[in-house]
Design a protein around this ligand. Sequence first.
Ligand SMILES: Nc1nc2c(c(=O)[nH]1)N[C@H]1C(S)=C(S)[C@@H](COP(=O)(O)O)O[C@H]1N2
Ligand SMILES: [Mo]
Length: 504
Amino acid sequence: MRVVNRLNFAAAVGGVLAAVAGVAVAELCATALRVESSPVIGIGSAVIDATPTPVKEYAVRTVGTYDKPLLLAGIGAVLVLVAASLGVLGRRRLRLAQAGFGVLGLVGAVAVLTRPAAQPFDAVPSLLAGLVAAPILGFLLHRLPRVPSSAADAPPADRRRFLLAAGAVTAGAVAAGGMAGLARHLAAASGARSREAIRLPAPMQPAGPRVTTPGFYTPIDEFYRVDTALTVPRVDAGRWRLRIHGLVGRTVTLDFDDLLGRGLVERDITLTCVSNEVGGPYVGTTRWLGVLLAPLLREAGVHADADQVVARSVDGMTLGTPTATLLDGRDAMLAVGMDGRPLPPDHGFPVRMLTPGLYGYAGSCKWITELELARFADFDAYWVRRGWAREAPVKTAARIDRPGAFAKVPPGDVTVAGIAWAQGRGVHVVELQIDDGPWESVDLLPTSTKDTWVQWRYRWHASRGGHTLRVRATDGTGRTQPERRVTPFPDGATGWHTLAVTVG
Ligand SMILES: Nc1nc2c(c(=O)[nH]1)N[C@H]1C(S)=C(S)[C@@H](COP(=O)(O)O)O[C@H]1N2
Ligand SMILES: [Mo]
């Protein structure tokens, strides 16, 4: 019996190795074609799209931006389980187990082909994975003794023959995987060089002087990132095109140089994600460089019934923005730079849209390639199809950053500090409440425009013991943010950020 168990274990290992080899070859092939054709990425993206919104919300809430690595690990775990089972099955029914690998390949192909920006040849790596894994399974299992009719007849396993074959398969898989990794690394490095080579012209309309208070501008490597992309799209600026079409008088097509040639403006804008919880981290401020969008739309000639502008990115993501919002005089733009440098790949290189005053999903498409004038009645963008609001103005919010939640501070003078934002309306007043005391106005530090957050500060004479701090903001229209807590779904969280600290 022990021998049989050991043989089953070896067969399971054989199944896993066949799968690993298949995936490694597929990744190598996908590197040669394009990353989006990788079955791992395709299945992962399909899972992201199919995940119900509450589960996505829960995942982002509990694991934050580790959601994607965890998703990939989960897919890997499922694949290992299935492949191990196919290995064990293969000792009895090799053909069936091999067909199982073929089916896995087909699953990958279907996942990849149903991506919004899929191309027919994207199926090749997945199919190849199945075609490679099936014979490798046969090759390995042939080195194990056949299933005996009874455990007593089990011949001694020829451990060496199997181990040698397994070693050879492992070496091949490592070589293929290593080559894929190296090629991607080199491609990323050359992409980075071409990004470095871009010289952005100086803005014709510079934003005012930079705000000098530390912390006003978010360091770019700390700027939050939220998107559905499992791999960051790599776009060559030289090949980038933007097409403005749909319900327009004439289609406008621009390349990167055309865009720069239209004259750049600079703006300080705070970007926020609708998924940000009260007190959450998905908000950042930087100095953006770009081209104002309204004149471009007017040039294309927007039809009167085109109440929605649908932005599409290279990965097929869609974001819908009310046309009226883009034409109401705010600084909606096609941004090419962040903090004086070309956009980082994570934040939409080479060009992204920005709509100050709206949550990111409703007007800040990264890796943008298309603007289609359409009607809300005819088309729902990605998140709207999943129940999020069509119109998504940023809600007024305030956050306490110092001291941190559950911090222990010495008694005496304590600086309480944080930020508040109400893009488009501006922040008028921020008030802080300690325990059940009166609401006290705090100091607002200088800011550049109504489209950025303000930093606030308050000097608190802290007495020993446990205390609760609570903050609320009032926007430029005189409206104080509501106390009632609501979750981010479907149009942004509300509630007063509250935290407990210990003085002593
Ligand atoms: N192409 C694309 N653009 C996108 C998204 C996306 O998933 N894909 N996410 C949006 C969301 S939800 C937000 S909050 C902002 C975040 O921009 P950032 O990652 O640069 O902070 O990008 C928006 N633009
Ligand atoms: Mo977002």
